[in-house]
Design a protein around this ligand. Structure first.
Ligand SMILES: [Fe+2]
Length: 278
């Protein structure tokens, strides 16, 4: 079984309330439960019974069986089959303080050309792993500028002296001497690999996902069983996920910035925000 999901019931309720512009009291009124119960759910202190969860799902337009599974922790995605494409993905489980975040090394098998996808706040661990694997990263690809994803930029920049790609609409993190700005749909070469750029804003104004073969590195857009926090635009993020990510073939692997890897098919079946399965 992969690691625990990034989000629990409380996160899903808060994020879906956010999509409707509702306060906890608004949700309590709509679902016929007390505001203090909603508050306890969002503080991870209380999981109500199925009938209440079904009612919450109904008023929040969530998929009830998926919400129940997240709330009762009975679902997590199947372990991911390795992508058959000509590259290797190394997932680094790092911590920024006590908070876990995932960064990735992507390596072209034929040429050993290597890119770092997100630098985390713990660049020493990335450098150590690259050294262990005898890799010399030549590109830094940022999904967004939050510190837990881009905090290690300066040390990686000075260690590898390589450019960092980011969307122009994203606030500029400090640390790179050579920023390159992305275009939606463009292709970045890494050895023999083509990395496709998918703009997936909403968590932040310039959120980006990177697609290599059948794998997508999606930052904080979607999580297994949930979605990112819509700091920039809830409808923008929802559209990014439904129009850019979940339209990919079901077997497409999704590697989020937090929580376990998943697939498009798994999320279409089990994500409370996006599942329509019966
Ligand atoms: Fe983030």
């Amino acid at each position: 079984m992969p690691g625990p999901l990034e989000d629990e019931l409380g996160d899903v309720l808060e994020k879906s309330r956010d999509g409707k512009g509702w306060t906890q009291s608004d949700l309590a009124r709509a679902a016929g439960v007390s505001a203090s119960d909603i508050s306890r759910m969002e503080r991870y202190e209380y999981v109500p019974d199925e009938s209440v969860l079904k009612n919450l799902a109904k008023v929040l337009d969530l998929h009830a069986p998926s919400l129940i599974a997240v709330a009762k922790e009975t679902w997590s995605p199947q372990p991911i089959e390795p992508d058959p494409g000509p590259f290797t993905t190394v997932c680094l489980d790092l911590f920024v303080g006590a908070y876990p975040v995932k960064c990735y090394l992507v390596v072209c098998n034929a040429t050993k050309a290597c890119a770092v996808i997100d630098t985390g706040g713990n660049p020493e661990a990335i450098i150590k792993k690259a050294k262990e694997l005898k890799l010399q990263p030549e590109k830094i690809l940022l999904t967004h500028a939050h510190f837990d994803h881009a905090g290690g930029l300066e040390l990686l920049d000075t260690t590898y002296n390589c450019p960092a790609w980011i969307d122009k609409k994203e606030p500029r993190p400090s640390g790179s001497r050579d920023f390159r700005f992305l275009q939606d749909g463009e292709t970045i070469k890494l050895g023999n690999l083509n990395i496709e750029v998918l703009f997936t804003p909403g968590h932040t104004p310039g959120g980006v996902s990177y697609k290599i073969h059948d794998s997508v590195f999606s930052g904080d857009a979607i999580f297994a069983g949930s979605m990112g926090r819509a700091n920039s635009s809830w409808s923008g993020l929802y559209n990014s996920i439904t129009q850019k990510l979940l339209t990919l073939p079901d077997h497409t692997r999704l590697f989020p910035g937090h929580g376990p890897a998943t697939t498009v098919g798994e999320e279409k079946r089990h994500n409370p925000f996006f599942s329509t399965s019966h």
